[in-house]
Design a protein around this ligand. Sequence first.
Ligand code: ADP
Length: 478
Amino acid sequence: MRKKNGTQRNKKRFWDSLRVQFGVSYIMIIAAVLVLLNTYPLIASEDMVFRSKKTSMLSSVSVMVSSLSGLERLNQDNVAAAMALAEDSGLSRILVTDASGRVLYDSREGRDAVGDYVLYTELVQALMGNDAVCCGYQDGAFRSRASSPVLYRNQIIGAVYAYEYDPEQAALLRGLQENLLRLSAFTGAAVLLLSLLLSARLSRKITALLTAIREVREGAYSHRARIFGRDEIAQIGQEFNSLTDRLQVTETARRQFVSDASHELKTPLAAIRLLSDSILQNPGIDSETTREFVSDIGAEAERLSHITEDLMHLSRLDSGILDPPSRVDALPVLTQVLRMTGLLAQEKNIDLIYRAEENCIIRGTRDEIHRVFYNLIDNAVKYTPAGGSIQVILRRENAWVIFSVEDNGLGIPEEDLPKIFDRFYRVDKARSRGMGGTGLGLSIVKDTVQRRGGTVEAANRFPNGAVFTVRWPADLNE
Ligand code: ADP
């Protein structure tokens, strides 16, 4: 079922790929830019040419109109004379008509339209008294037409019509267009190539990261993402790798813990099994030996219950769910612990002395403070030979409550000191077991103290013995 979900999730559609999304967006943006580049400058320059053509055509026509002004009537002769005086305007064709639209003058070679009636739109407009101009692009050339009326005492006596055919400016504009097209093709190709390269790089990085994530998800905790460059994806890769480092450490610790815990649970269970088998398989066993065996079974069962109790306590600490803290005066708790451990010390003829100050208020729960005190003093009693001495101090130092337990017992080998707070770690397994130890006491102490913002340290005393020091933040609220 889970696998099915997995494959469904992995089934990607074409558009789901970042590479496709980036690639298509790039191409669309570039296409839009190129279309703009190929249209706007051309339209703008064409418009500019049209406007300048219109102005120049109208001014050329008005020059010719002014050279005809003053004539009372227009006829072929006076128009030809006036037009001969007009400067060469560079226009392709000039027509002058009378008021009826009959051509009196045609600048074209052969004067082929003279005497004809022409009804060009602009000319008709001019004969109606309006200036008319029009400019267009057709078949590789600009074609401009302009016409203005010729007036005598406010009477329309004719019109001047000019036509210009300009392939040169059109060729310039075509050249510009071709250059723009070439530039666009080059830019388009370059951007396309770049976007393909970039998206390939991006997808390679993401694929490497995804592969690493999948590998780790499948349980290959030693696998690391390959990092390329220093960009955000590389940073995600680094974060992922350090996350995996931590995961690996936690996983190793978890496996170690499970194997240690099962081993610890197996030992008393095996002993119980052996003892009960011995009783069952030995019909002639005397009652004295049976009692002895049953009492041993009881002791092993008690050990099992200690281990499970400690394990449950540790798992509560691991889950991070703590009982709400309150102000706890450490002194009465210590007195109670000393009463309990004092009996054990007495049995071993150990001198248990203490010095405790008042005003050692800690934020926590009575139970956890009790557990820390008990574990440390009980350890000192356990690991100090008969006739030894233990000194317990509870004092206040600025914002800290300091609790220390010193003994003149076995001490701890220097190489074991850093591991002493690890779960199930014991310097001498057999000795610890023999004393009913679980190997979890110090890790419970450390976790409990740390969860309340404190620290715990272990050191050796000169010439022999060990000292454990706990520093707890004092509750400063009065
Ligand atoms: P245990 O249940 O075995 O006492 P702890 O976690 O309390 O487990 O202690 C871990 C180990 O640290 C012990 O097995 C012992 O070897 C060592 N240790 C603890 N306290 C002392 C001490 N006061 N002197 C010497 N060794 C100690």
